[in-house]
Design a protein around this ligand. Structure first.
Ligand code: IMP
Ligand code: MG
Length: 181
């Protein structure tokens, strides 16, 4: 079972739920009178996106992008590839990029460049998790759920090698799962 590969639970289902509600309330206040476009960076942010959008009390629209930078490892390759682009134009829109985790910053650094060139009115970043220790690009989140130490985490959408996304909590993956002897 997937639970046995988790070394330690970092955030329970309850803690995630209440923090996501707070983020939604903050966005509701900050964007009052506007209609932000939430861009989910798939696949890791799909569960966060679903909960976050329901915690926002404004008209919002949503769009999705598939980006990959990892392959099957636990360290960013630095090579970012858009595998599925947005469906609609973002010109003049107030964008909120919804990410699962901000790590090296390579993914968002690249993505911000691509999206800025399409002339949105504004762009902000909302990430569920932030690992600032590992940053190699000058990227900071405008909204952040939790700041975490440098460990590889899974659950609530976050994966290792495609798995563990359906864990309802966020936990640290046992290194024995990815460090073969
Ligand atoms: P960055 O480009 O290094 O900032 O990495 C961003 C992406 O790497 C995230 O969107 C995640 O998909 C993935 N990632 C980084 N750290 C973790 C982790 O601890 N667990 C699962 N995925 C991670
Ligand atoms: Mg990922």
């Amino acid at each position: 079972m997937m639970h046995k590969d988790v070394e330690k639970i970092l955030y329970t289902e309850e803690e995630l739920r209440s923090r996501v509600k707070e983020l939604g309330a903050q966005i509701t206040t900050d964007y009052a009178g506007r209609e932000p476009l939430l861009v989910s960076v798939l696949r890791g942010s799909y569960i966060f996106m679903a909960d976050l959008t329901r915690a926002i009390g404004l008209n919002v629209t949503v769009d999705f992008m598939v980006v990959s930078s990892y392959g099957a490892g636990t360290v960013s390759s630095g090579q970012v590839e858009i595998k599925k682009d947005l469906s609609d134009s973002i010109e003049g829109r107030d964008l909120i990029i919804v990410e699962d985790i901000l790590d090296s910053g390579n993914t968002l650094y690249y993505l911000m460049e691509v999206l800025r060139a399409r002339k949105p009115a504004s762009i902000r970043i909302c990430t569920l998790m932030d690992k600032p220790e590992r940053r190699s690009q000058p990227i900071t989140a405008d909204y952040c759920g939790f700041t975490i130490p440098d460990a590889f985490i899974v659950g609530y959408g976050l994966d290792y090698d495609g798995k563990y996304r359906n864990l309802p909590y966020v936990g640290i993956l046992k290194p024995s799962v990815y460090k073969k002897p």
